[in-house]
Ligand binder design. Sequence first.
Ligand SMILES: [Zn+2]
Length: 150
Amino acid sequence: MDCCDYKIYDRNKLDHCPHCNTAGEKVKDETVTSLIITDSVIHNDNSYYLCLSSDCDVAYFDNNNTIIPISKLKVPIWFKKNSTPKYMCYCSKVTEDEVIDAIFNKNCRTVKDIVDKTNAMNISNCIENSPTGKCCSRQINDLISKLIDC
Ligand SMILES: [Zn+2]
């Protein structure tokens, strides 16, 4: 699965959120178009960024200071505060609580274990389903490392 290749996660393409000034992550127009509720306007020049601040209500922004707030999206963004449910895998609708349960109660120690026990990544269409447009394996891996190492 190409989408699971960590190297495609491009940290160089950063710009800053006009609302909170946090560095954003470049996302594809396809992702924004797919997740935005239909009455919202979108232009097409592949210039959107995801605001990575948990405290900020901005989901996406572009270089022209266009802002798409989280209230205009069909799904909550897991790392934004008060988001419910917190999806880890958007494609298969697996939540952070289910992954934590699998780690502590089902002895899952790897992303593959999690996939086996929760059906995460069973369906894989990250470009249209995930707010980052990228595979959730990195988030799941980070969560395993965080919970097992400490
Ligand atoms: Zn922001």
